[in-house]
Design a protein around this ligand. Structure first.
Ligand code: HEC
Length: 138
């Protein structure tokens, strides 16, 4: 009985070490070397809530269909036009800023303060990078 308990604890400890090592090692290694994850970005984009505070998800306000305005503008072709809004601002930077600081640049015809404002605090930078990578494919 006692012996098996000790054995169990050893096994548990080994499992913890293995998991911890695996998480920090292979995970970050994978995302660092392969860059932003488009598939993960798409998954995040399509969630009805996002992040630990269950913020409203992107699809609750944005459609990928052309000219379909839900609450925010259609994201049809957003990746293609994102680089053309501001002189010297890349598509990637524009999209990142649009998520982190929605009122910094407003899409024509839309008011400030409507898009959810706290994604910068609630989402990891890597999640925002993945969302941007996904939007760039549109
Ligand atoms: C509560 C509604 C709402 C939610 C939720 C929302 N948005 Fe928005 N979004 C808007 C509105 C309204 C605008 C237009 C005003 C502006 O430019 O901020 C906008 C604008 C944008 C733009 C600029 C689009 C363009 O054509 O220039 C991007 C990019 C964007 N949102 C991405 C996102 C992403 C990614 C998410 C999810 C993480 C999200 N939005 C969630 C309402 C929302």
């Amino acid at each position: 009985m006692k012996k098996s308990l000790v054995l169990m604890m050893v096994v548990l400890a080994l499992a913890l070490v293995a998991c911890g090592g695996g998480d920090s090692g292979s995970d970050s290694g994978a995302t660092e070397s392969s860059g932003p994850d488009v598939a993960h970005g798409e998954k995040l984009y399509n969630q009805t809530t996002i992040g630990p505070a269950s913020a409203p998800g992107c699809i609750t306000c944005h459609s990928m269909e052309a000219d379909v305005v839900l609450v925010g503008p259609s994201h049809h072709g957003v990746g293609a036009r994102a680089g053309n809004y501001e002189e010297g601002v890349s598509a990637e930077k524009y999209l990142t800023e649009s998520i982190k600081n929605p009122d910094g640049h407003l899409v024509d015809g839309f008011a400030a303060g409507i898009m959810y404002q706290n994604y910068a605090d609630e989402l990891d930078q890597s999640d925002i990078d993945d969302l941007v990578a996904f939007l760039l494919t549109q």
